[in-house]
Ligand binder design. Sequence first.
Ligand code: GLU
Length: 328
Amino acid sequence: MFDADSPSPVTTPRCRYAPSPTGSLHLGNARTALLAFLQARRMGARFILRIEDIDRPRTVPGATEAILDDLRWLGIDWDEGPDKGGDAGPYLQSERLAIYARALDALRERGRVFECFCSRADILRASSAPQIGEEGPRYPGTCRDLTDAEKRERAARHPNRQSALRLAVEPGQIAFEDEILGPRAFDLSATCGDFVLRRADGLFAYQLATAVDDGLMGITHVLRGDDLVSSTPRQIALLRLLGLKVPSYAHVPLLLDGGGEKLSKRLGSATISALRARGVRPERVVAALARSAGLTERLAIEAGELVDGFALDRIDRRARAVDPVDFD
Ligand code: GLU
């Protein structure tokens, strides 16, 4: 059993929203937050806000406070989080690095971690049939079985390059029942291959941090955007190896912009702060988000009013756009 501080025994369901403070909250993030909040409140669950700020170079100063403020403005509240505390804290990933290091040690003790000296270009070159997905090609296993002498030789060849740490994945299907998408199964050895746990720049990978946190925070239900569905089997593999409970997963369709593109902080998509600055009322924003998910016909509604009628199977399965006229 992974010996990080054990979570308190779970008696009530626990849900979470876990934004990365890489920019302002946009309509797509806000919709996922609203749906996670509605699921939590409908189930009588504890709702946990966790800030995923381990990727320091991508973290924007002030973004965490701004996200919390935008969520409150939308009428979304939570029971545990960086501003409220709680038994499962800390709730900022940047304050949990010692926990991730212990998880890595536990995986190392199981003989599942290896050092990888490859650059991205090395991996591309070594992949015979590179299927370049959004996360790059499948890792071809180059450094998996290096002898100590080979490791020393590789380290000496690139004295300025740090090694990354990867999980040696086993072949076989990892199956789960997505509460929205239905049954899903992935063979990690065929899709992403051995994946990164600690990057060459020393940062812990999203997959490790999120799996460890969901497990240790006693999360029972994860609701998040369906761009993360392919991460789920990696997180399940880690949770199992660490002896932590696997939550249930619901991946919701993402919101699209008028041109059919997924909204992103990077593209500066419509932010909540911009709408606030225009004087748009929160009830209008909540209504637009809820309408885009097929949950209401109303033009103005408070988040709390949507709780009673909420059910996962009422969420519109098609990715949908918010109409800009919604806010006029
Ligand atoms: N921090 C991730 C994001 O903002 C979400 C992680 C998750 O929900 O598992 O995209």
